[in-house]
Write a protein that binds this ligand. Structure first.
Ligand code: ADP
Ligand code: ZN
Ligand code: ZN
Length: 701
């Protein structure tokens, strides 16, 4: 080989190997960074991204050991600098290998395509998609103001707007203006879960033409994903509508990022690189010099805090807060009614006034929605004689009783067994369910409403939507369609049904038993509950004609709790202020920053031992070095504890919390910790450890 160059290539390396994800190869082809190549990796041939060109051979490696690049994916423009910076930052910030982040951001099918196949795919779509914008409605004054503020400022923006205030219309108009100003511009529209919001997909396509829009989410086939990715990468797709994975879409002409329902926990990836797509959106916007619009009716406390106005002793947040308080139509939000469960007969599931209200609405031909955060029939089976409970033998959790197929199922490891005829411990035949899930609620409500008739004299129709009823592909869509077309009078479900659906005829929403979240060990539980209830309330009375009579019911043993007081007034700022005051006092996020180190092992002792050894080694090393002594003071590293779900599928899990008011210091600490972990893990006494992982800015503690 006469002409060649040395290149560093990002390849998918197994997590936690010492290899950082960049490998050096010799290339007979002239390439530039961002080009996709095929390279040998062990005995295999894998896809890689050229990351850097070296001006000379690597010094730490005999030349003979450097292998040759096998081929270049012809016809694909290189992944641009912004994309590579985004990947590099994500890998660094979330403590994963560069190769892993880079390769998992590409559509899987790209790995298997031959050059010919790729050429054919590329040929099919080398046209700039035409955008045919159809006219939107005349803007409300709030919408016009917000769009004007966006045009003047540079962002990031936090749009705080009520459900139904017309936020989606603002996104569409912002996209439209951007497309008009630049014939190449691309926009990224992110949503928590696409299959829950098919209306939005339709609305965007209706406005800009289906040619100009591509979707990106995990429900697509590999071929669809590749097609969408290529269209975005080539600049043909003008609008990418997607879930968190879409944050890594290659979009060379990206000029606007919108994050809808920015508070939604599903923006945080829960495996591999545990990135927050919302946070990366802000970072990516800065890279591209593109405005970023985060929007919600119940913003995350992080974004709320970052958008706080300046006052006498605080220069304010980095985000610009935009407001749309009014609802379209009549502007009325449903009346919130609290039922004090202390005054109900013991063990009441559905209180008499709530049942009466549901009955009244069914008789008028209106729809109701009941929320309960537990699927299955009953969370546990119990023997009153010996105290046996339906524990999972592999997890620190109870198996849930599902009456429909008479099984006990573990919601963590999946272990499913038929319900025993008698207590497995003492043989007592009288084993009974305790607590209630959606399945039992459905049965119970059926009995309570058995005599109730609809306006046309037919019996009431009750339906349930949860993870159990929607397991089959397409099941969720068809069940939602039934609700929309009015074939259901009372809908029962988990939080799944509160998200995003535009159920126009629902006039009553009820939270059956929301109290557990008030006293959870997870400090974010109240924030999630408030968002869920506000969102659910927003489902009621979307039709102007009915919004005056629509209601949100809450059954609670703590009716005067501040969370419900704020809910009653639909007052997110009041809730946020009280919650932020508590977080400030306790030095919790968003005031401080956190990371979790987790270890999995066969025994809890082994898992904790690794974490505690890492902690001691880390503090000893850092304290001994004058350049790092400060870090020990700036970052608190807490002793290892069992995770709240301590055992899953026979694996014991422990965690260690790191906390600091200073994000940079925490990042530095994690960097040192990474090296220490490799060191400690290789010691013989830590052989029992299965894996460890780091979660930066964890969403659950
Ligand atoms: P959000 O996203 O804040 O929940 P939407 O954008 O979905 O609100 O708007 C709520 C309803 O109001 C939708 O049916 C939408 O079509 C309608 N709408 C939005 N903006 C306008 C407007 N300027 N004029 C008339 N109707 C509007
Ligand atoms: Zn028993
Ligand atoms: Zn289990």
């Amino acid at each position: 080989m006469s002409t060649h160059c040395w290149i560093d290539v990002a390849v998918q390396t197994p997590a936690h190997t010492q290899v950082g994800g960049l490998l050096t190869y010799r290339s007979p082809f002239l390439v530039q960074p961002g080009v996709l190549v095929r390279v040998p990796f062990g005995p295999r041939e894998v896809l890689g991204v050229v990351w850097a060109i070296r001006d000379r051979a690597p010094e730490d490696m005999p030349e003979a050991n450097v292998r040759d690049v096998l081929g270049v994916l012809e016809g694909l423009p290189p992944l641009d600098m912004h994309w590579r910076q985004l990947v590099q930052f994500s890998a660094q910030y979330y403590q994963r290998s560069l190769g892993e982040v880079a390769l998992s951001a590409l559509p899987p099918q790209l790995r298997d395509l031959t050059s010919d196949q790729l050429a054919r795919r590329l040929k099919k779509q080398n046209t700039m998609r035409k955008v045919q914008t159809s006219a939107g409605p005349t803007l409300s004054s709030e919408q016009s103001t917000v769009l004007a503020q966006m045009a003047e400022g540079s962002g990031p923006f936090l749009l705080f707007g009520s459900t139904g205030s017309g936020k989606t219309e603002v996104y569409l108009q912002a996209v439209e203006r951007m497309l008009q100003a630049d014939p190449q511009a691309q926009a990224l529209l992110m949503v928590p879960e696409i299959n829950l919001t098919p209306q939005l997909e339709e609305r965007v396509q209706a406005r800009f033409g289906s040619e100009a829009v591509v979707s990106m989410h995990s429900g697509m086939t590999p071929a669809q994903r590749l097609k969408g990715w290529l269209a975005a990468h080539a600049g043909h797709a003008r609008i990418v509508l997607g879930t968190r994975m879409a944050i890594f879409a290659s979009m060379p002409h990206l000029q606007l990022i919108v994050v809808d329902e920015e508070h939604d926990p599903s923006y945080k990836q829960q495996e591999g690189a545990r990135y927050s797509a919302r946070d990366l959106a802000v970072y990516r916007g800065r890279l591209h010099n593109a405005p970023v619009l985060l929007a919600s009716a119940t913003p995350s406390l992080e974004s709320w805090h970052h958008s706080r106005p300046a006052d006498a002793d605080d220069s304010g947040g980095r985000y610009q807060r935009l407001l749309m308080p009014s609802r379209m139509g009549t502007g009325l939000l449903p009346k919130v009614r609290r039922v004090d469960m202390n005054k109900q007969p013991r063990r009441t599931v559905l209180s008499a006034p709530l049942v009466a209200a549901i009955q009244e609405r069914v008789q008028r031909g209106e729809q109701c929605m009941l929320l309960l955060n537990r699927r299955g029939y009953a969370p546990v089976l119990h023997c009153a004689d010996c105290g046996w409970k339906s524990e999972c033998k592999h997890c620190s959790a109870f198996r849930v009783f599902h009456k429909i197929d008479r099984t006990l199922r573990c919601h963590h490891c999946g272990l499913t067994e038929r319900v025993p005829r008698a207590c497995p411990e003492c043989g007592n035949a009288d084993i009974a369910p305790i607590g209630r899930g959606t399945e039992q609620l459905e049965e119970h409500l059926g009995e309570l409403l058995a005599h109730v008739l609809r306006p046309d004299g037919t019996p009431v129709r009750i339906a349930r939507i949860d993870a159990d009823t929607t397991r089959l592909k397409g099941a969720l869509e068809s069940q939602l369609a039934q609700v929309h077309s009015g074939e259901v009078d009372v809908l029962i479900g988990t939080q799944m049904i509160a998200k995003g659906h535009d159920f126009r005829r629902i006039t009553l929403v009820a939270a059956v038993n929301p109290d557990t979240a008030l006293f959870s060990s997870d400090f974010r539980a109240p924030e999630r509950l408030f968002a869920l209830l506000m969102q659910a309330a927003g489902r009621a009375g979307r039709d102007a004609a009915q919004s005056a009579t629509s209601e949100m019911w809450v059954q609670t043993f703590h009716p005067t709790h501040a969370l419900f007081e704020a809910l009653k007034k639909h007052d997110y700022p009041a809730f946020a202020a009280s919650e932020l005051a508590e977080r400030t006092a306790a030095e919790l996020p968003p005031i401080s920053h956190q990371a979790l180190l987790r270890a999995d092992a066969r025994t809890q002792e082994a898992a904790q031992a690794l974490l505690n050894a890492a902690r001691q080694t880390l503090e000893a090393q850092l304290s001994a070095d004058p350049t790092t002594q400060d870090l020990v003071l700036q970052v608190s590293v807490y002793p290892a504890v069992p995770m709240s779900m301590q055992r899953v599928a026979d694996v014991e899990r422990a965690q260690m919390l790191l906390e600091s008011p200073n994000r940079m210091a925490l990042q530095k600490m994690l960097w040192h910790l990474h090296a220490v972990l490799h060191q400690v893990r290789s010691q013989p006494e830590h052989k029992g450890v299965i894996r460890w992982l780091v979660d930066v800015d964890p969403q659950a503690i």
